[in-house]
Design a protein around this ligand. Structure first.
Ligand code: RB5
Length: 147
């Protein structure tokens, strides 16, 4: 499985640690940056990774900024993206099982690296349950068509 990863200046080290962790687990990781500590704009990275997921360049996306909020908001503006920001593993797992999220975000200033790994593990190990959840996800996606 191919995972696209992106971040802003607040999360360079955490991105590197998570990318390494994923590679050790056998995932292919595509790094969309940034690898610079200079202040940058998180919407750019949310958009790049969101577009990569929507285009099928990667299977899933992981985004990290200070809180995970701004970068997930940007990704959610890309048609086809369902991004969730999580600070604990339960919501991460349920967001896959019920909401079929295809982008996970978290905050390098909110969670420590071990919590981040646990969130990532629960999210990647969970599977979408379909059924009544598919109906609801379809309803969410239909909102995009109203624009
Ligand atoms: C950058 O200072 C910070 O605003 C950003 O990393 C993120 O937390 C935004 O949601």
């Amino acid at each position: 499985m191919k995972i696209g990863i992106g971040n802003d200046h607040a999360a360079v080290e955490m991105k590197q640690d998570i990318a390494e962790y994923l590679e050790q687990k056998g995932y292919e990781v595509v790094n969309y940056g940034t690898d610079m500590h200079e202040s940058c704009n998180y919407p750019e990275y949310g958009k790049i990774v969101g577009e990569a997921v929507a285009a099928g360049e990667v299977d899933l996306g992981i985004l990290i900024c200070g809180t995970g909020v701004g970068i997930s908001l940007a990704a959610n503006k890309v048609r086809g993206v369902r991004a969730v920001v999580c600070s604990e593993p339960y919501s991460a797992k349920l967001s896959r099982q019920h909401n079929d999220t295809n982008v996970l975000a978290f905050g390098a200033r909110v969670v420590g690296i071990e919590m981040a790994k646990m969130i990532v593990d629960e999210w990647l190990d969970a599977e979408f349950m379909g059924g009544r959840h598919q109906t609801r996800v379809d309803m969410i996606m239909a909102i995009e068509e109203e624009k």
